[in-house]
Write a protein that binds this ligand. Sequence first.
Ligand SMILES: Cc1ncc(COP(=O)(O)O)c(C=O)c1O
Length: 391
Amino acid sequence: MRLTDRTRRQIDSPIGAHAHLLGQVPPDRPLLDLSQGAPGFPTAPAIAARIAEVATQPDGGRYAPLLGLLHVREAFAGEVGDAYGTAGSADVSAADVCITSGCNQAFCMVASAIAEPGDDIVLTAPWYFNHHMWLGLDSVGATIVEPADGLEATVEEFEQAIGPRTRAIVVVTPGNPTGHVVSAERLAQYAALARDRGIALIVDETYRSFVPGGRPHRLFDDPDWRDTVVSLHSFSKDLAIPGARVGAIVAGPDLLREAAKLIDCVTICAPRLGQEAVHAGLTQALEWRAGKVAEIAEKQRRFESVLASRPGGFELRSAGAYYGWVRHGLDVATPEVVERLLLEQGILTIPGTAFTPTDTSMLRFSFANADLDRLDELAPRLIDLAESTGV
Ligand SMILES: Cc1ncc(COP(=O)(O)O)c(C=O)c1O
């Protein structure tokens, strides 16, 4: 059989790329897995109980409605109102919410509803690799903005990237791989630019719950937000149910109608069990969620303090949500650094080359995965690696 060039020229997922080497980690360096950004703890008891309860109900295994179970869409619209509005005033209702099989599906379906083959969508480097991969798989061009500050584009940088076939600007905040948070003011400028050019602003807010304090943005205050803004969500990280596969699109009904056609063909609906799990999370586990967010913030502080002295020349460029974005000072290609970190020091990371057009000597560390106290093991191991490389 013949396989398409379209899929064959895409990278393999960087997650799991080193699984075949895990058996070779030195015995005196127990594995510190800082690769995939996935919660290392079980979900809330109320969520687990609800999944078990629904699984035994007569309709527990049925398909769900195409746009999601109404009570889940209502609960999430309420959550968005609370999180983004002043006293719940954000102008978002259940009609603006579609529950998806995770935020990855949300992005893919939205991008396909917005851009035809030959159109293009603007991404910022470092990008989230699945966004970049999907556009290539869908024959949509990715115009890459490499911001001068390395973390977020200025409005002028985005403006220069917009061409006649540009259909959207994509922003991930807090960022993956950087953890960087784009301010509400900057997001409002991006939205104004997108509106002016008649294109979409797609904001991937997978890590929204991890934004320290306050409203992530005020884009839903604009009564015309549906013409421009598409906000994408995940319940994988903040409710610790990545395998339940649930996320959401918050957008105007016109876009949701088109995205629904794509969802219908791909998954028919988001998993019913996962949707009920989200409902339990939003109605019974918000305190639990706040506790987990605080635990991960504590890990971030520990990670920052471990890297503060630049052990082995490893320099923390930014941190937030789940991730630290770190520059290695080694005169070695980054994929090789990643392999040596694993084989010599038992540290598993993701190479920055999965997120950028060229090798900029960056690594992604998912500190949220580690046990708090094990983060202290990082410094001596990074120093060891640098010394063995002759730095
Ligand atoms: C920025 C970003 N978007 C989307 C996803 C995928 O989320 P989900 O599990 O909801 O598909 C991730 C997961 O790592 C992510 O980092």
